[in-house]
Design a protein around this ligand. Structure first.
Ligand SMILES: Cc1cc2nc3c(=O)[nH]c(=O)nc-3n(C[C@H](O)[C@H](O)[C@H](O)COP(=O)(O)OP(=O)(O)OC[C@H]3O[C@@H](n4cnc5c(N)ncnc54)[C@H](O)[C@@H]3O)c2cc1C
Ligand code: FES
Length: 366
């Protein structure tokens, strides 16, 4: 701020817009320093309530500032927090229905050793201020649609689907919804009492909780399978399916339902990696043209993880190829899509750092 004030001629202040002599980034910095929600360019949100859902899941209710443009049930938001002096972003799916006062609930499962989830579950308190990105994601059935829904959730994949169910409940269930929800044990289900009460009250909402580790709870089987779906959802052909959870679960759900159901949309919270193009211990030279640095990086990891390990903090969000925040220009060299294994050799093309491995030396516009 001092630099800008000293370095500019007086007329720059009177003829330029306020943004020219008082950049939003400076205002936002000082606003954050004072714990304020106000921001010129960003969505800040204050934690207004904290609720323990299970031993390792916490719901944080957030009150965003007026820059927040909302979300559709089933979408996700990138959330940025400071952990040990570094700004880190991850995606979380609102578990609440959209509300008139703008409040949003996110439900976070604590991953042991996870940087952001541990921060949110163990250390974030009421009154803390976080940063939110724009909503994204395709698991958004239109309110006008009529096909009955089949919602398949595993673990923390329940969050966007809980938002869909809660929104439908708020509007009065215009169509049939069946939710099959898998967790390890009875103690690991989030919102179980609320969902069960809703299923008892609402003839158009059906719920099946399925434990993968406690056989007493199984009705009629454990993990997702053709036999289990046949038993619980005999009218699969008419259903629009939404599946969310770990990559393996979403892949299985897709294989079992996509060809038969009315429609299928799946989103996973983790990436299933294809075999790497280069040996696991290979290293490559990556030139960062904009920073004037050349690094030697491990070839087996995503470029995002490898750059972070080398001390860089490229912009990122979902870390699995959905939000596009990490997209940057690849000037030269080859990369591999780590989900599909497909190689990309085109120069001057965009690459998503979180789902791309280097397949040789690279030049990036970073
Ligand atoms: C679109 C989208 C929506 C999401 N919504 C939610 C949500 O509503 N609630 C929620 O709790 N999480 C959600 N996630 C996962 C979340 O973004 C983070 O990946 C998760 O909180 C772990 O981040 P971390 O910083 O704690 O772990 P990191 O420090 O990034 O990773 C630590 C270790 O945990 C592993 N790991 C990372 N993510 C997971 C995971 N999900 N399950 C198991 N192991 C993992 C990593 O491979 C690594 O070994 C969502 C992810 C995506 C892509
Ligand atoms: S971080 Fe979301 S696409 Fe890479």
């Amino acid at each position: 701020l001092q630099e800008r004030t000293v370095g500019h001629a007086p007329q720059a202040r009177t003829t330029g817009t306020w943004k020219e002599w008082l950049p939003p980034v400076v205002l936002d910095f000082w606003s954050a320093e004072f714990g304020s929600l106000w921001a010129a360019d960003r969505v800040r949100a204050r934690v207004v309530r904290r609720q323990q859902e299970t031993a390792d899941c916490v719901t944080l209710w957030l009150q965003p500032n007026r820059r927040f443009t909302g979300f559709a049930p089933g979408q996700h938001l990138n959330l940025t927090v400071e952990v040990d002096g570094r700004r880190l972003s991850r995606s979380y799916s609102p578990s609440s229905a959209p509300r008139a006062d703008g409040r949003v609930a996110i439900t976070v499962q604590c991953i042991p050793g996870g940087k952001v989830s541990e921060q949110l579950c163990r250390r974030t308190r009421v009154g803390d201020v976080l940063e939110l990105g724009k909503a994204f994601g395709a698991m958004t059935p239109t309110a006008a649609g009529t096909a009955p829904l089949l919602l398949l959730a595993a673990g923390s994949g329940i969050t966007p689907l809980a938002s869909l169910v809660r929104s439908a409940a708020a509007r009065g269930f215009s169509r049939e919804i069946t939710l099959l929800y898998w967790a390890r044990t009875a103690a690991d289900f989030c919102f179980a009492a609320e969902l069960a009460a809703l299923a008892q009250r609402e003839p158009r909402f059906h719920l099946q909780l399925l434990s993968t580790r406690e056989t007493a709870l199984l009705t009629p089987g454990g993990r997702i399978s053709a036999a289990l779906l046949q038993n619980l959802v005999p009218d699969l052909e008419q259903r629009q399916v939404y599946a969310c959870g770990p990559a393996g679960f979403v892949q299985a759900a897709q294989a079992l339902t996509a060809a038969r159901a009315h429609g299928f949309v799946g989103e996973s919270f983790s990436v299933a990696a294809a075999p790497a193009a280069l040996p696991a211990d290979a290293r490559v030279r990556v030139e960062l043209a904009a920073s004037g640095r050349t690094l030697e990086l491990a070839a087996g990891e995503s470029l995002l993880v490898a750059l972070e390990a080398a001390g860089f903090n490229p912009a990122h969000g979902c870390r699995m190829g959905v939000c596009n925040t990490c997209s940057c220009l690849k000037l030269e060299g080859s990369t591999q899509d780590l989900r599909s294994g497909v190689l990309h050799h085109e120069p001057d093309s965009r690459v998503q750092l979180c789902i791309s491995r280097p397949a040789g030396d690279l030049r990036l516009d970073l």
